[in-house]
Design a protein around this ligand. Structure first.
Ligand code: NAD
Length: 486
């Protein structure tokens, strides 16, 4: 059985206590690897290695030298594309085409794009008058924060982890990464890439384990961690924020969502159906930006519900590398249980189940996997728990609306504010509504179209701060002002 190790100071090592836990395959629940859990001493070793590298060789490199190394990382990921695809498929059970078209290329891009950003961004400068008439010049330099703790989730593990590691390293920080306990493979593989490319020891470290009373918590509590970037559930963010308060460490949080899709009667019907199908069901609904609330203008409502039902019922479940399949399982037995409990709750709350609501019939070799049906509900009030709470599964509730004000109010009536997708051919309305929905990202006539130079993050309980392009520099560096009297 494969043993997945920690990556500390350039070496793959077992945890000192030799404790392991199992990695189960999402497709059939078989144990496919043992993972070495990092204890307090291992996390301490990783953080100290990162601290030493920051003070030492990594801190001594010029921006150009760092940038060249990060281009090397992007190229090496591309060279080992198939290894990363296989590792991510094993981690998540999602179809190969999702890995090859989006998740793995984006991982490589996250190194290249942020290398470009740090190379090209200017700094500010102000001239000022002084009483003696000679004046002074202020200019700003950006300095790295130091050691950044990176804590990432399981739903798009490689993309979401590199989205943080790329800019952190480009800005001159060193990192200690705690991937999700559900998805250890691609982050570990990145350790091999770092060594091949010649990234100095200690710059990139990986510790495996869980959150509370395990590697995650030990990392957030370590006094030599200067900043923490986290993607995951809002309530985990609350726990991490409390830990970060000790020592006044900065945080960047990308958290949960309960995103709305708004479909106006004048929308391009086929594009809207296809777009909402993707936003609700891609990655088996396990996308933070995904749609779980759909509002359709009344004249289009029945037709839209029927069309989305047809689309949802056409998915083909199967193994990630099965060319006849296009739909994967949920990540874990625990997550399946959570999603299924919401499926039961929807019925108990009086929903009309348009399609799904259960588990698909699977062949005997896959029957123990975490498969659930794409599910559509109608008929619930806005107060129902499946309309209010993040489920993070392949499901959505569709309700009709009659006016722009009504739908904006409904979209905004939630504690989350991550993303929305608006479907209309009325240009003025598109701009108007996009500006009024309280979210970090509004898409018009599209979804998940991402330019990595733009601001990414959530409003309300969906996050703190923005990353992407120069916005990432705001978090991964500090601005130091230098005032020179002339
Ligand atoms: P999670 O919060 O359960 O876990 C995320 C990570 O935090 C894991 O590595 C976990 O081990 C670690 N962790 C848990 N408790 C911790 C603690 N007390 N201290 C330190 N680390 C701890 O989230 P998940 O279930 O892995 O991911 C799904 C969630 O992530 C959903 O809510 C989804 O919306 C959110 N998400 C948000 C975005 C975004 O960009 N806003 C992107 C992807 C996922």
């Amino acid at each position: 059985m494969q043993l997945v190790k920690n990556f500390i100071n350039g070496e793959f090592v077992e945890g000192e206590a030799k404790k392991t836990f199992e990695k189960h395959s999402p497709i059939d629940n078989r144990v496919i690897a043992l993972i070495s859990e990092a204890g307090k001493a291992d996390v301490d070793a990783a953080v100290r290695a990162a601290h030493a590298a920051r003070q030492g060789v990594w801190g001594g490199l010029t921006t150009d030298q760092r940038v060249d190394l990060l281009y090397g990382v992007a190229n090496e990921i591309t060279r080992r594309f198939e290894d990363f695809v296989a590792a991510e498929m094993a981690d998540t059970g999602q179809p190969r085409h999702v890995m090859t078209s989006a998740f793995i290329p984006r991982g490589a891009a996250n190194f290249k794009v942020f290398a470009d950003v740090v190379k090209n961004v200017p700094s500010e400068s102000f001239q000022m008058a002084t009483p003696d008439g000679r004046g002074a010049i202020n200019y700003a330099i950006r300095v790295p924060k130091g050691v950044v703790g990176v804590i990432s989730p399981w739903n798009a593990p490689f993309l979401l982890m590199t989205w943080k590691v790329g800019p952190a390293l480009a800005c001159g920080n060193t990192v200690v990464v705690k991937p999700s306990e559900e998805t250890p493979f691609t982050t570990t593989l990145l350790g091999e890439v770092m060594n091949t490319v010649g990234i100095p020891k200690g710059v990139f470290n990986v510790i495996q384990g869980f959150g509370p009373n395990s590697a995650g918590e030990f990392l957030t509590q370590h006094p030599l961690v200067d900043a923490i970037t986290f993607t995951g559930e809002t309530r985990t963010g609350t726990a991490i924020m409390k830990a970060a308060a000790e020592g006044m460490r900065d945080v960047s949080f990308e958290l949960g969502g309960k995103n709305a899709a708004i479909v106006f009667a004048d929308a391009d019907f086929d594009a809207a159906v296809e777009g909402v199908f993707r936003s609700a069901f891609l990655n088996s609904g396990q996308v933070c930006l995904g749609t779980e609330r759909v509002y359709v203008e009344r004249p289009l409502f029945e037709r839209f519900v029927q069309a989305l039902k047809v689309r949802a019922e056409a998915v083909k479940f199967g193994r990630p590398d099965d060319h006849n399949a296009n739909y994967g399982p949920l990540i874990s037995a625990e997550h399946k249980q959570k999603v299924m409990s919401y499926y039961a709750k929807a019925v108990a709350e009086g929903a009309t189940v348009v399609t799904g609501g259960g588990v698909p019939v699977m062949p005997s070799d896959l029957v123990d996997g975490h498969w659930v049906q794409p599910t559509i509900w109608t008929g619930l009030p806005e107060t129902a728990s499946v309309v209010r709470e993040e489920i993070f599964g392949p499901c959505c509730h569709i309700s009709p609306f009659d006016s722009e004000d009504e739908v904006v109010n409904k979209a905004n009536d939630n504690v989350y504010g991550l993303a929305t997708t608006i479907w209309t051919t009325n240009l003025s309305r598109a701009h108007r509504v996009a500006a009024r929905v309280e979210v970090g990202i509004s898409w018009v006539n599209s979804w998940f179209l991402r330019d990595l130079r733009t601001a990414f993050g959530g409003s309300k309980q969906s996050g703190i701060g923005r990353e992407g392009g120069v916005h990432s520099l705001e978090f991964y560096t500090e601005t130091r002002n230098i005032c020179v009297k002339l």
